[in-house]
Ligand binder design. Structure first.
Ligand code: ZN
Length: 288
């Protein structure tokens, strides 16, 4: 099944649950909008304790909400110093432990930057760090947690579509996190028509096979970009200038009967915008 949900806490959750501000309010809010996915944000560090994670996971499960977890932004798979890469393995392990406690099976990880290295060298460092991370997860009995390398929005970041395909090629358990807003931003607006999105979906299948092309993880938001740097800032679906539009992708996902999990990362309206994507998808899937 296709799932839709927000990345973290939307602004409207505050009004929805002004009294308690409890952690499960985000889930109740998502559920009230008919959403069935939620991405827990650990971008600034894995701070959730085991007990809270288990309680959060139990509430999500009772609502039929599938959880994923965004690992810390400071992870750099391609860090130049070995020590930085070792730390990244440890942060991935921390993320996987928290994910496991809440019943999530996917953690989203940024690839890092190319820095002063040629991209191809940065990529091989990133692959090595990913391989070490997989070994670390296996050693702790966390091999069922999928690491999802994400396509990144800034041009100098590692993580264009081909680089993410390459990273995911080292082990079948790696699931790409295709961030369509990031792809559109770093290619200065290449995603607008159905055929533009179809080319991305076809490329995933060519590189990683049918299974992962059917069940990949996705982020979606409209993102402002600049010609020089790519991603500048996340917008909301009210944007009509930068895109990308979600409608052609929703039609394709319905036509191809894919089982993608879409996490919306709009700036503040991520739950409402996830619900808008779901409504659009539902209208197409009803017609298939
Ligand atoms: Zn991300």
């Amino acid at each position: 099944m296709v799932r839709f949900g927000p990345a973290g806490r939307s602004q409207s959750v505050d009004a929805f649950d002004a009294a308690s501000k409890g952690t499960s309010a985000v889930l109740e809010h998502a559920c009230s909008l008919g959403l069935t996915a939620f991405e827990y944000q650990c971008g600034h560090g894995v701070r959730i304790g085991d007990k809270t994670a288990k309680e959060f996971g139990a509430v999500a499960a009772s609502m039929g909400i599938s959880l994923s977890l965004h690992a810390p932004y400071y992870i750099s798979l391609s860090g130049l110093e070995a020590e930085k890469r070792e730390k990244s393995v440890a942060y991935i392990l921390d993320s996987a432990r928290a994910a496991d406690a809440m019943g999530a099976t996917r953690i989203v990880v940024h690839s890092g930057t190319a820095g002063k290295l040629p991209r191809v060298d940065a990529l091989s460092l990133a692959k090595d760090t990913l391989m070490r991370s997989l070994c670390a997860l296996d050693a702790e009995g966390l091999g069922h947690i999928h690491i999802c390398p994400e396509t990144m929005g800034k041009i100098n970041q590692l993580g264009d579509l081909d680089e993410v395909m390459d990273l995911c090629s080292i082990d079948e358990r790696l699931i790409p996190c295709i961030d369509f807003g990031h792809l559109n931003a770093r290619t200065l607006g290449s995603l607008s028509s159905e055929s533009d999105f179809a080319a991305v979906l076809d490329h995933i299948e060519d590189c990683l096979g049918r299974e992962r092309a059917t069940r990949f993880h996705a982020h979606f938001s409209k993102i402002e970009y600049t010609e020089k740097g790519g991603e500048k800032r996340h917008l909301t679906f009210a944007d009509t200038q930068y895109g990308p539009p979600y409608e052609p992708l929703m039609e394709l996902v319905a036509q191809r009967n894919l089982a993608v999990t879409f996490i919306c990362e709009s700036a503040g309206t991520q739950a409402e915008d996830a619900a808008a994507m779901k409504a659009c998808y539902d209208s197409f899937s009803a017609g298939v």
